[in-house]
Design a protein around this ligand. Structure first.
Ligand code: KG4
Ligand code: ZN
Length: 337
């Protein structure tokens, strides 16, 4: 039996998980910081790192206890070293270093994005290799070809904002609080299609990159006009605007995913990351994949948002490949795969 501990403190969630033999999640503890950052309508890096420091010991202890495992039984500890907020990353990294120093267990550095790319493999129903994976969250929006567990090819990435960031910014403009993805999705359920159309960005011939800053500005300008025009407010509700925004983001994600599918012929498609919790986007992508006779996979919501289990999974594969770290490993805020 091989037990891997996974630690993720890349942003505002303190998470530690225990994974058995690369597929069975024995525990996946996530201590959210949402209430701490909500009044500021965004993550405050200094507060986040201090909160990680407060939480990391008991989250680690709780992950071991709920898995009914002692520290001595762990084979290795995998930890996110980037990308993310530097102060937050350092807390997880130094927790892993301390565990490794104290017990002699090996430490494995993990790229957070690899976690999102492989998170679908934690599910019973998972894709065959190679698969195409969209990772869409508050910090990143990219499209990868996943050839094998540690073999990835970047096909496209955002040139400006991440899609989750656009959700958060638009939700903020609408007074929906932080993080804004879920409340915006809820609001959009009361809206409908065709009332407002926001432009879909076209980056030109064959590009699989993304851009979400334009739509954010388009919504901001529309909201300004809407607020000052009572007859427009009678015809178009705030929910209609939320619907139009969500639909436009969905279309831009879908366009790149399915054009990559067309050019590669790969039939297994994945969407992961916090925005993959969105029911509207899930349904649209699933429907389109079904029409084309393709397979569309989504991890459960707790594996879409940041979690230690996906980091443990990457650690499991790296350990098998002998990709072990040492005490000189550093955190890197911008970390490409
Ligand atoms: O993966 P994640 O937990 O953290 C990052 O690595 O960023 O993703 C958080 C992001 C936030 O921007 C949040 O607004 C978005 O995921 N999100 C959603 C939904 N739930 C979370 N966006 C759209 N619809 C949702 N239901
Ligand atoms: Zn993430």
């Amino acid at each position: 039996m091989m037990l891997v501990m996974g630690i993720d403190t890349s942003c505002d969630d303190t998470s530690v998980a225990i994974l058995e033999d690369g597929h069975k999640v024995l525990s996946n503890v996530v201590q959210s910081q949402v209430p701490l950052h909500a009044p500021y309508l965004g993550v405050v890096p200094e507060l986040a790192s201090r909160e990680h420091l407060k939480n990391i010991l008991f989250v680690t202890d709780f992950a071991l206890k709920s898995a009914d495992i002692s520290l001595q039984e762990i084979s290795c500890v995998a930890v996110t070293v980037g990308p993310g907020l530097m102060g937050s990353l350092l807390v997880g990294l130094y927790m892993a270093k301390a565990l490794s120093l104290a017990t002699g267990i090996k430490m494995i550095p993990v790229n957070h994005l690899e976690g999102h790319l492989l998170s679908i493999l934690l599910e019973e129903e998972s894709p065959h290799f190679p698969y195409l994976a969209l990772t869409v969250s508050g910090g990143h929006t990219s499209l990868y070809l996943v050839e094998a567990p540690l073999k990835y090819r970047l096909l496209g990435t955002t040139l400006d904002d991440a899609a989750g960031e656009a959700f958060d910014k638009v939700a903020k403009l609408m007074g929906l609080g932080y993080p804004g993805g879920r409340p915006l999705e809820e609001l959009a359920k009361g809206g409908g299609p065709g009332k407002v159309i926001f432009p879909r960005v076209d980056l030109g011939k064959g590009s699989l990159d993304f851009s979400f800053s334009g739509i954010k500005t388009a919504v901001a300008l529309y909201l300004k006009k809407w607020a000052g025009d009572s007859s427009l407010r009678e015809r178009v509700s705030l929910a209609d605007i939320a619907y139009a925004f969500q639909e436009a983001v969905c279309d831009m994600l879908s366009k790149n995913l399915f054009s990559a599918q067309k050019s590669t012929g790969i039939r297994d498609l994945v969407m992961a990351g916090g925005v993959a919790c969105n029911g509207f986007i899930r349904e649209r992508l699933r429907k389109k994949a079904g029409e084309l006779n393709l397979h569309m996979y989504f991890p459960r919501p707790s594996y879409c948002t940041d979690n230690g289990a996906m980091i443990a999974l990457v650690g499991y594969y790296k350990y098998k490949e002998g990709q072990i770290g040492d005490m000189w490993i550093d955190a890197v805020s911008k970390h490409a795969i």
